[in-house]
Write a protein that binds this ligand. Structure first.
Ligand SMILES: [Cu+2]
Length: 155
């Protein structure tokens, strides 16, 4: 019985450390995903993007795509001709590997003009953070409670 408890505890500790070490994933547009109707600028302003985090664009492949734009002016004017990169799998992951601002728009004709674009500002990891709504950070307190229960159970 005691051995089982130790295994249980080890698994919980492993889960906590792996969560803390791993970067946050931000699903663009939240529960709505990457669609024209999502309020993407409000979504982005409620998130903190840190170096090492990832953006995940979720959408119906074929309806939309993701185009990374080179500049603020290209972003403002929906000038898709200056794209740095484009993706169209419907589950596109972008790693935020350095601080700074990046610009993304949908490549489907007319969608960018309808507001299907987002500007992401990444901060260095040491900057103060605000709570993320991405869910990954909510797991750690919950797991800590489980460990506390596990420890009590062992005693
Ligand atoms: Cu689109």
């Amino acid at each position: 019985m005691e051995r089982m408890c130790r295994v249980f505890l080890a698994l919980l500790l492993g889960a906590i450390f792996s969560k803390e070490a791993s970067a946050a994933q931000h699903v663009v547009g939240g529960s709505q995903g990457w669609v024209e109707s999502a309020d993407l600028s409000s979504w982005a302003s409620g998130e903190t993007f840190k170096v090492g985090d990832q953006l995940v664009f979720k959408y119906s492949s074929g309806l939309h795509s993701v185009v990374e734009l080179a500049s603020e002016s290209a972003y403002k004017n929906c000038d898709l001709g200056t794209s740095l990169n484009s993706m169209n799998t419907g589950n596109d992951v972008v790693k935020l590997d350095k601080p700074g601002t990046r610009y993304f728009a949908c490549g489907t004709s007319g969608h960018c003009d309808q507001g299907m674009k987002v500007k992401i500002t990444t901060v260095s990891g040491s900057a103060p953070s605000t709570p993320s709504t991405s869910g990954a950070s909510a797991i750690t307190p919950f797991a800590s409670i489980l460990v506390a229960i596990g420890l009590l159970y062992m005693l």
